[in-house]
Design a protein around this ligand. Sequence first.
Ligand code: CAA
Length: 255
Amino acid sequence: MNSVITEKKDRAAIVTINRPKALNALNRDTLEELLACFTALEEDREIAAIIITGAGDKAFVAGADISAMQDMDTLAGREFGQLGQRVMNSVETFSRPVIGAINGFALGGGCELALACDFRIASDSARFGQPEVNLGVIPGFGGSQRLPRLVGTGHAMELLVTGEIIDAEQACRIGLVNRVVSAAQLMDECLQVVEKISRKGPLAVRLCKEAVRGGMQMDIDRACRYESELFGICFASADQKEGMRAFLEKRPANF
Ligand code: CAA
């Protein structure tokens, strides 16, 4: 059985982690399938955005697979962490927006997968945490780095050192998710966001992501110069001509 399922709905690709009996825990095969899936989707020009979610109604992803990690030695642990990080990087650097549809437990590697998405929308049953300290380890798929960058050092540090699990409303209060909807509404809500994105200038959407992702690695002066470069590139595109002409002709743009 495939542990990662991809389906397309209009301009959205829905990627579902599909190991519900193990609460969608990430083992090596699942990580490799995810990597292959993101590589393949990169070639699909039709896709406006990706939605990642978990199979079943209980978990988004309950973490890296603990039974797969139990007997690892130093090198195996490092190699597994590096594979996980390649997956998270492929999500983060995907050329179009990636939305986390968080439908249940997002713990450890699952919270880290959510963090690699561009933004997250949660169902009211979602739960978040980095419980690695309960297992005698630290996060290995980027959580100790992306969590403080997203929610600030104080909130991140508390979650990391206590292993505490928080509910969707708390996650929303600290900025870990953008909003909380009912489980029944979650996919429709995410699909509506993709629909909205699909009507915008495609190059501009990509460059927004590049500006934010690239700029966040730089100091503010370099980042603003980087923004100017990307802003300039927009003017080489048919999208800019059509977008501005449409505005002035008082009609919707046809990208
Ligand atoms: N790895 C492997 N199997 C897992 C798993 C995981 N991370 N999480 C859940 N499962 C399995 C359980 O072992 C169980 O399997 P069996 O039916 O074969 O016994 C099945 O999924 C259902 O889980 P529970 O019976 O435990 O369900 P529950 O409702 O009682 O509890 C839970 C749910 C609170 C999420 C609990 O399963 C749990 O605490 N899971 C582990 C969470 C965790 O520690 N995640 C971090 C992993 S370490 C990591 O991710 C490192 C990293 O950064 C790379």
